[in-house]
Design a protein around this ligand. Structure first.
Ligand SMILES: [Zn+2]
Length: 180
């Protein structure tokens, strides 16, 4: 979903923008979730800080709110993750400058500003960074059919079909032995 902003105009004006971004339009994020319904609420505001030598540095802050449904690593069912992200960025003129200054700046992430800055992409990136590595239910109720040795292992989604395939193979082998 396209959503761009003129970051330098935003910083100059000191304005605040806000909106909702549908999760279904954010394919990279949606692919990591158990449910792609819903949206992320965002607020963006910009400001400038005058330099002693003249001119000004541009900044913006992004806040995200919402609830994401992430897949539990044990049962793959949805775990509700309250999203609460607040980030501040320093805006510079070029990507090269941003890369160089980002290493030095401990307080702000440094981004290359743009008249058509990809805000939707930034919202998606920050939401992905906020996802837990191994989300799980606090009290996980495993499906009855899955209470096996694979308990607690990631990738359990594939375990059941594999287990039944193995049983089938064993069964076929047993039959062969009997026929011999
Ligand atoms: Zn679970």
């Amino acid at each position: 979903m396209e959503c761009t902003v003129d970051t330098f105009a935003l910083a100059r004006s000191g304005r605040q923008l806000h909106g909702e971004q549908a999760i279904v339009g954010m394919e990279r994020l949606a692919s990591l979730l158990a449910d792609e319904r819903g949206s992320i609420g965002w607020r963006l505001h910009g400001w400038e800080v005058a330099r002693p030598e003249g001119g000004a540095d541009a900044f913006m802050a992004l806040a995200l709110t919402g609830t994401l449904q992430v897949p539990c690593v044990r049962c793959t069912g949805p775990v509700a993750l309250p999203l609460s992200v607040e980030r501040e960025y320093r805006l510079v003129a070029t990507e090269a400058e941003a890369e160089r200054l980002d290493l030095e700046d401990t307080r702000y992430d440094v981004l290359a500003g743009n008249r058509h800055f990809d805000l939707a992409g930034l919202i998606e990136d920050e939401a992905i960074l906020a996802l837990p590595i191994t989300p799980r239910h606090e009290h996980c109720e495993m499906p009855a059919t899955a209470r096996t040795a694979s308990d607690g292992q990631p990738g359990r989604r594939q375990a059941s079909p594999f287990a039944s395939l193995k049983r089938f193979r064993n069964g076929a082998q047993d039959t062969d032995i009997i026929e011999d």
